[in-house]
Design a protein around this ligand. Structure first.
Ligand code: ADP
Ligand code: MG
Length: 542
């Protein structure tokens, strides 16, 4: 054909396809879940694009239709979504663009062959799942706003072809040439059951062609709008994975409905593992905002950035469907929702923090992010401090500021801390010898953010946060450690000698009561920058 071109899959796609096709699948029905999810995502995307570009407006009756043809052994899944341009077909279906899928491909490769089918069933492999049931897949797509259409075809064996095509309207048709052992997926009733099981919550109408009639296949009540009692654990977990592309179970699920002065439903998750992409992720909350089920944006920053590990959906009645970005910025509705959602999450963390056995893994995953709130956020600073946990010179495991205060000495009005590379190193640091010798507890802070927040927080429950490395901590009031007159006399000779020897490289040399067995310690000037921060700045060339 003129304009037709054959291309190789990227090596990663090739390997993934090989694994998918050659795993003995117990749950290959999940291919439909993946394709319908993609169709729904594409429809959301088009709706959103249409807000700024009228040429991309969705047809009024936008839907996802499933059309089995038993005689031709074809199954077609069509949508009115954003479609894909030629370049998008190449990038989205010929390579693995998302690092989450790439990581999952690796996990799949590493798994024992007998474990692979259940892995694929649980997590899905996106579009490529189609090749579990089809020996050939055709994708005809027309990008919304363009009048070109393209056909992408592949037998999933190393290459695909691209050629010009025609399509009346924007959107995508995915046609599966069903394998000879996969007849069941040409049966409308079987397809209906799969949709009920996996895709019932999809907010767009899904229809199945049966005896020449289009039958509604999904309930369409978005999961988050249903009362908690009508939603199963399994549905929640499936939704979580679809939403987050994570492979774990949520550490926590918050599902509630606010009624009264404002109306919204929310379904939020906290992952139980730190997502692979988390480090490189934008420093912003990506909570999805819906208005009456319709996806609006994930840029509304419903939660502060220090709660960006929380994922999920907030769906409100109180905004118009055609709300624009500018209006979102200005509306007091969003400010109220932000406040309510933030409080809910903090309250939940407060409850969960009472059980350290289950709170500790959460803290290890997301504590460093949560602690940013003490630096960033004057409103919630103290609440975040109460939720924070620390290593300490006095206890094994983690402790809170409140617990620290219960152990404080009667004459002690500070919470002492030291910053550095790791809690283990800090525990043995000369910086805290004098404190330990006097039975004074020191928090051992080893996250980069720890160089920043203590000064911002300033005090907690009336106790000043005090960096032990900062100059003269007045330790004498906690007891004088024995010193012989001979030692005192030695000091009078030693200090001036050291001062002369070190010259310009130090600002002062002093005797200190902070040391017990070490000979000397480097100290930052009182009120100057944190030592760990100075070290980090030096390393980055400042
Ligand atoms: P994921 O959905 O997790 O991104 P998939 O493998 O399921 O991964 O899909 C890859 C990409 O292909 C999608 O991100 C999307 O950009 C594109 N895509 C797939 N199906 C469609 C569709 N029906 N309409 C538009 N784009 C699609
Ligand atoms: Mg997908």
């Amino acid at each position: 054909n003129p304009g037709s071109e054959t291309r190789e899959f990227s090596a990663e796609v090739g390997r993934l396809l090989d694994l998918v096709v050659h795993s003995l699948y117990s749950e290959r029905e999940i291919f439909l879940r993946e394709l319908v999810a993609n169709a729904a995502d594409a429809t959301d995307r088009r709706r959103f694009e249409a807000l700024t570009d009228g040429a991309r407006a969705l047809p009024e009756n936008a839907k996802i239709s499933i059309n089995p043809d038993r005689d031709a052994r074809l199954l077609m899944i069509s949508d009115d979504g954003a479609g894909m341009s030629r370049d998008e077909l190449v990038n989205n279906l010929g390579t693995i663009a998302r690092s989450g899928t790439r990581a999952f491909g690796q996990q799949l490769e590493d798994a024992k062959p007998e474990d692979r089918p259940s892995l694929i069933g649980q997590f899905g492999v996106g579009f490529y799942a189609a090749f579990m049931v089809a020996d050939k897949v055709d994708v005809v797509s027309r990008r919304a706003g363009s009048d070109e259409a393209w056909r992408w075809s592949s037998d999933g064996k190393g290459s695909y072809t691209l050629e010009p095509a025609t399509r009346e309207t924007a959107g995508t048709d995915i046609t599966l040439h069903i394998k000879s052992d996969a007849d069941e997926f040409l049966d409308p009733w079987r397809l209906q059951a799969i949709i009920r099981k996996w895709s019932d919550h999809i907010a767009w109408p899904v229809t199945i062609l049966r005896d020449g009639q289009e039958e509604a296949a999904n309930d369409g009540t978005a999961l988050w709008r249903k009362p908690r009692s009508e939603v199963t654990e399994e549905q929640l977990e499936e939704f979580y994975r679809h939403l987050t592309h994570n492979f774990d179970k949520p550490w926590d699920t918050l599902h509630w409905r606010a009624e009264g002065t404002m109306e919204f439903s929310a379904l939020l998750f906290i992952p139980s593992t730190r997502p692979l992409e988390f480090a490189e992720q934008v420093r912003e909350s990506k909570l999805r905002l819906h208005v009456r089920r319709m996806f609006i944006t994930d840029d509304a920053e419903i939660l502060p950035s220090w709660l960006r590990f929380v994922q999920g959906v907030v769906d409100t009645e109180d905004l118009p469907l055609n709300v624009s970005r500018e209006m979102l910025q200005a509306t007091p509705v969003l400010a109220r929702i932000r406040k309510a959602v933030t409080s809910k999450v903090l309250n939940e963390l407060k409850t969960r923090s009472k059980d350290m056995e289950t709170y500790t893994p959460f803290w290890e995953n997301f504590g460093p992010v949560l602690k940013e709130g003490m630096w960033d956020d004057p409103v919630y600073r103290t609440e975040v401090a109460a939720l924070s946990r620390f290593h300490s010179s006095a206890v094994d495991g983690l402790t809170s500021l409140d617990e620290y205060i219960t152990r404080i000495k009667p004459e002690q009005d500070s919470i002492y801390y030291v910053t550095g590379e790791s809690a283990e190193i800090l525990a043995a640091s000369p910086q805290i010898e004098g404190f330990k010798a006097r039975g004074i507890e020191v928090l051992l802070l080893a996250d980069p953010v720890d160089s920043f927040w203590p000064e911002r927080l300033g005090t907690y429950e009336g106790k000043k946060l005090c960096n032990v490395a900062h100059g003269l901590n007045d330790l004498e009031k906690f007891g004088i450690l024995d010193e012989t007159p001979a030692q005192k006399a030695d000091m009078d000779v030693l200090l001036p000698a050291l001062k002369t020897a070190l010259g310009e490289s130090v600002s002062d040399v002093r005797a200190t009561d902070r040391l017990v067995s070490s000979a000397m310690v480097l100290s930052a000037p009182e009120g100057g920058p944190d030592m760990q921060l100075l070290r980090m700045m030096q390393r980055s060339g400042h």
